[in-house]
Design a protein around this ligand. Structure first.
Ligand SMILES: *Cc1c(COP(=O)(O)O)cnc(C)c1O
Length: 849
């Protein structure tokens, strides 16, 4: 028989052990070793069999054991110390508390996925893990963030393998009561119910679960409740499953329901309402539409007035340079779903307009709703400015208002404990794990090379144990008999160079690039003097058969009895497995098709453990490869034939391994320490370590985006949204009259016969502004290097001052400094000028001379 429903029954806690219930519900345990130690001490065997999951352990520990512990003074002392430590962590002022009143009172952070711990499997890959790390680092820094997402009843999927290596998907049913979540309730203890209107008079309802991530609350909406009709109950069934209709319902619940959940949460808990709303990717875009609707109702604003108010306080982060990865819906579907929503559909649709008139583009809506937007590495910022440039016609890519903040990873979550402890002994700054959440390795040069290498070996050996355990379990699940599995006991070797490759399996990440020359790879694996071993993992999206074929190809290669002790594909890549890989791999391999990896974060996690990256210069590695922290695989980006490009890049990997990586690893001193390799580890920890941390990333978000966004939101809201009203009417006035704007004439004086550096050109421009005034515009002189086709590059601009006016004709002037030798060019351009624009390109119109 199968159970209709499942629930978790746990022993009631003796009074003396009450603090455990707060400790288990605060997910700080997912990165705080002392708290984990305490749960392990509850029942070490159970801890082992529950895979180190405190919630499970507390759910299954026997009443007798609890009664014993309730009288164990040593255990009680430890428990109180850990509980006190958590209280201090939650209450003490951190970095954010020093910022003053300009910083937003709270920030809502929306994401379709959150990866915080393997116990809460609400993520598919990097996007979700990044969101989880964002919350954790915000907590460490005291940033008042509220996370908003969905509670998927089957999470993503857990991955198995068929006997012939085909990916199998299992969807385990999660019981919210067995998870570290609390239901959000009204003062009368009934569950808060969020409602979102659907077409044909239907309504989607949801409960709100709250996960506590240190100081940060994460709200997860769950549609699997009795108030819903059967069709609506399934909306939050799984992550990235179902067709367009299903996905749109999910995104309406995330965006619209998410705002409603935040409103309820803030008013029930006395939390300040957010001043800034951050949409992590396009999926949560409808949060802006809901806030527009709110303002039209509460303050009688028109759609375009409310849009101005909402834009100021909205931040949008784009994560994909792969056009196919962008979320789009048929426009007709949006029309149907929003017909009765409460905003004029004909004004909503232009927010998602794109090249294809039948489509509604969620990334485009994100950019139009967010006054501030960013990509997730410097290179990705660059690529995004090109990719979305069409939204700002007439502007060069450099003017496109998409900035870049490079991703980071939460060091206390991803750094091996042994390394943290080594760092503690050597750092100049106290406990490295608690100083504002950063992990410091500035003292790494003082650690003895033998000791550092010993720790690396220990971590590699731990990975080898884990690989053996998983290889064995996988073989059994694929139908092997116990008696055939003797080989797994000696598979992999704690003294062999270990390379990791683990990530999702979209084609641009090229899982099988290393198989381009199978014989060459085999020779590298089996070399008698300097072998290498490879651990590989990754899930393919259930609908992507191409990805599953790549996995199958890899599995079949690794099944070969001749090499299976040196290469393994481990199914079900998740946070729990990933940790062992980041801790134990010597080299982290990444070979995406440049520039399609927006950032990539797994290599950062490896670096925080002294792993050396061997990677194409894409994403973060393009920025922070420094010649000492690993190796850059040369890219054949110009080669348009994909097969040929793969060939060239694969050869480059084999060559690097053969000539540089392997010799350096196996070149040891009299004590068996590879001293040059250890120097690279030190460089990685010392130089790369501080950059790749999520605390650095969150500080960047706060300073570059959240604080200015809060300022803009406040300016718009002042005096009953007076500025939003006047800005909206000014914008429509400017846009209506823009067609008449023209640079009629530009004259230059003071150039002389032979222009010399240090000199200047006096520019005078005559500009026609019918219907507008000189105050409405910014006239700029733009200058820089000029190419053979008169294209301007490395452009600098200076504002031109208004001189005189005759009717609708106006004269502006400026001096252009001759700052460079060689080909030099200049021009004049006119842009709308508003004190409320973050950048002049914001209105998307410009007139060039
Ligand atoms: C870090 C991480 C990812 C993302 O890795 P990328 O390098 O960005 O592809 C995916 N899954 C897990 C489990 C991770 O820990």
């Amino acid at each position: 028989m199968r159970a209709l429903r499942r629930l978790t029954v746990r022993a009631s806690l003796p009074e003396a052990l009450r603090p455990l219930s707060q400790l288990v519900t605060n997910l700080r345990w997912s990165w705080h070793w002392e708290t984990r130690d305490l749960f392990e001490a509850l029942d070490p065997e159970l801890w082992e069999s529950c895979g180190g999951d405190p919630v499970k352990v507390l759910g299954e520990v026997s009443a007798e054991r609890l009664a014993t512990l309730a009288e164990d003074p040593e255990f009680l002392r430890r428990m109180h110390a850990v509980a006190e430590d958590l209280r201090t962590y939650l209450d003490a002022p951190h970095w954010y508390q020093s910022l003053g009143d300009g910083a937003p009172a709270s920030i809502a952070y929306f994401s379709a996925e959150f990866g915080i711990t393997e116990v809460l499997p609400q993520y598919s890959g990097g996007l979700g893990i990044l969101a989880g790390d964002h919350l954790k680092a915000a907590s460490d820094l005291g940033v008042p963030l509220i996370g908003v997402g969905l509670l998927y009843r089957s999470g993503y999927f857990s991955q198995g393998l068929s006997p012939d290596g085909w990916q199998l998907e299992h969807y385990p049913a999660l019981d919210p009561h067995g998870l570290p979540l609390k239901l959000l309730r009204e003062p009368d203890r009934t569950a808060v119910v969020i409602s979102v209107p659907l077409p044909e008079g239907r309504t989607l309802h949801a409960h709100v679960y709250r996960a506590q991530v240190g100081r940060v609350s994460l709200l997860l909406l769950d549609s699997d409740i009795e108030e819903n009709a059967p069709a609506e109950r399934g909306v939050t069934d799984r992550l990235y499953g179902g067709g367009e209709d299903h996905r749109l319902r999910q995104e309406m619940l995330l965006g619209v329901g998410g705002v409603r959940a935040v409103r309820a949460f803030c008013s029930l808990t006395g939390t300040p309402q957010p001043e800034v709303f951050h949409a992590n990717e396009g999926h949560a875009g409808f949060q802006g539409v809901e806030r527009i609707r709110e303002l039209t109702e509460s303050h009688g604003l028109s759609f375009s007035e409310a849009l101005q108010a909402v834009r100021g306080g909205t931040v949008f982060t784009t994560h994909t340079p792969v056009p196919a990865g962008i979320d789009r819906f048929p426009k007709a579907l949006i029309e149907r779903y929003f017909a009765g929503f409460g905003v004029p559909v004909e004004q909503l649709l232009p927010l998602g307009a794109e090249e294809d008139p039948s489509k509604f583009n969620m990334a485009h809506m994100g950019l139009r709703l967010g006054q501030r937007a960013n990509g997730v590495s410097q290179l990705h910022g660059h690529v995004s400015r090109d990719m979305f440039g069409a939204l700002w016609p007439g502007f060069d890519a450099d003017d496109v208002p998409i900035s870049a903040i490079t991703n980071g990873v939460h060091a206390p979550t991803w750094t091996a404990r042994e390394l943290l402890e080594l760092g503690t002994q050597s750092t100049s700054q106290g406990d490295p794990a608690t100083v504002q959440g950063d992990v410091h390795f500035d003292g790494v040069d003082r650690i003895d090379a033998g000791v550092l290498w010993g720790t690396r070996r220990l971590l590699r050996a731990r990975l080898v144990e884990e690989v053996r355990r998983r290889v064995r379990a996988t073989a059994l699940s694929r139908g092997a008999a116990e008696a055939e599995l003797g080989w797994t006991e000696t598979a992999f070797d704690p003294d062999v160079l270990t390379i990791g490759f683990a990530r999702r399996v979209p084609s641009y990440k090229r899982l099988t690039l290393m198989l381009k020359d199978p014989a060459r790879l085999k020779a590298l694996l089996l070399d008698t003097d300097r072998p290498l071993q490879l651990v590989i993992a990754g899930k393919s999206h259930p609908a992507d058969d191409g990805g599953k074929q790549l996995i199958q190809q890899m599995v079949k290669f690794a099944d070969d009895p001749e090499i299976r002790h040196r290469i393994a594909f481990l199914p079900n890549y998740d946070i729990g497995m990933a940790r062992y890989l980041y801790w134990g791999c010597d080299v982290w391999l990444n070979n995406p098709l440049r520039p399609l990896e927006a950032c990539g974060t797994s290599g950062m996690k490896s670096a925080l453990n002294g792993g050396l990256n061997l990677s194409i210069r894409d994403g973060w590695w393009d920025e922070w490869f420094d010649g000492q922290n690993g190796w850059a695989i040369p890219t054949a980006e110009g080669v348009s034939d994909h097969d040929r490009r793969d060939e060239v890049e694969a050869q480059a990997i084999y060559e690097l391994l053969d000539r540089q990586v392997l010799p350096r690893f196996y070149e040891v001193d009299a004590d068996g320490v590879p001293t040059r390799w250890v120097e690279m580890i030190r460089d990685t920890l010392r130089e790369t370590g501080p950059k790749v941390q999520a605390t650095r990333m969150v500080r960047d978000y706060v300073e570059q985006l959240y604080v200015p966004a809060a300022g803009a939101a406040r300016a718009m809201a002042d005096g009953g949204y007076e500025a939003a009203r006047s800005e909206a009417s000014w914008r429509s006035h400017v846009l209506e009259n823009w067609h008449g704007v023209r640079v009629a004439h530009v004259e230059a004086t003071g150039v002389g016969e032979t222009p010399e550096i240090g000199g200047g050109i006096d520019l005078r421009a005559e500009v026609e502004l019918p219907g507008l005034t000189p105050h409405d515009v910014l006239v700029e002189a733009a200058f820089g290097r000029v190419d053979d086709a008169d294209g301007l590059h490395q452009v600098t601009t200076v504002p031109m001052a208004h001189e005189t006016t005759e009717g609708s004709r106006h004269w502006f002037s400026a001096t252009v400094p001759l700052t460079r030798t060689g080909a030099f060019g200049y021009t004049v351009r006119v842009l709308p000028h508003s004190e409320h624009a973050a950048v002049p390109a914001e209105l998307g119109v410009v007139v060039n001379a």
